[in-house]
Design a protein around this ligand. Sequence first.
Ligand code: NAD
Ligand code: MG
Length: 387
Amino acid sequence: MTRRLSLFGATGSVGQSTLDLVRRDREAWRVDVLTANSDVDELARLALEFGPELVVIADEGRYDALKQALTGTNIGVAAGAAALTDAATRPTDLVLAAIVGTAGLAPTMAALEAGHDVALANKESLVSAGELMIAAARKSGATILPIDSEHNAIFQCLAGGRIDQVRRIILTASGGPFRTWSAEEMRTVTPTQAVAHPNWSMGAKISVDSATMMNKGLELIEAHHLFPVGLDRIEILVHPQSVIHSLVEYVDCSTLAQLGSPDMRIPIASALAWPQRMATPCAPLDLASLARLDFEAPDEERFPATALCRGAIAEGGARPAQLNAANEVAVAAFLAGRISFPAIVDTVRRVIDADAPAAPGSLQDLFSVDAASRAAAQHFVDHYEHA
Ligand code: NAD
Ligand code: MG
């Protein structure tokens, strides 16, 4: 049976991995919508290959170029943030949310409100607006299928028992490229070093987040919203090989784990095919040649981001949105060569320390918190630069 898919963030790392799976079984999928931020050439190429009903480019200045690239086809073309949100409400079987950052929040919320099942890669939207997103899904009956490899692993392990029988969720972390570096050595980290992840090939922002361990902190918040077992029951374990993607321990002391090669096509396939399974071209695990798996406790002195995130979600309200927005600005400033590597998490901490915004009651409140936190982070970034 053919299923319909709307893919937000088609040109990114997760988007391309998704299309790689779709490309291998064209009978199984009809692509309804493809979107990108500004890469017209790649979006047009994908549109010509997959023939969606609609393509949306977020950057309105690129509308004419996209329209021109698709003349002579019957593919609809739209541009801008409102068009992106509208596209998420169109009829489809599954919305795959693979935009990076809070730019993905409005379309993801719109998809959930429309009752669409959402395969969610865009963790920042959940970090920022978790309560609102979960409430929207509950109200419309939509299912959120996590694509983030750890959350997909937990989702799979939770099929082995009831959520109220879970004693612990153990979120694994590779530790990133600087796992063994001293705080002193990390002062000299360059953007090129930070985006070179030892196990996974990913977009620039999440690669930097993995290097600071902010990614694991954001994932802790993500897990807290997706799997309501209580924050103190979610632990982080460093596992450098990224083979065990996470574990669930039940009250009887049975611990279930999900294992696989570090290839995002595996969790993506799990979400695409759910509740079934589909074949992938990924490398099967060869445990005999891996020979060993290592584990260690996280070092929150060298990597303070996870504790910062735990504090933010424990406090709740606007804190996670504030933290996430500040981190997005700080990561962009680091990638642009404007601040040092340790200044990323430092900026986030300063933004949190400077202001305690009121709890957001609506998406509109949340966007206000997001904007104010970005401005505050930008202020600190400018300050570092001139220090
Ligand atoms: P990426 O940078 O490779 O791609 C991001 C996509 O979002 C692109 O298609 C881009 O055009 C689009 N985009 C960027 N800014 C936009 C904006 N302002 N408006 C509209 N569209 C915009 O990122 P990625 O690595 O594919 O990650 C996507 C999401 O998935 C992130 O939230 C990330 O944390 C999450 N994730 C990624 C991986 C991975 O392996 N790459 C793993 C787990 C979770
Ligand atoms: Mg992950």
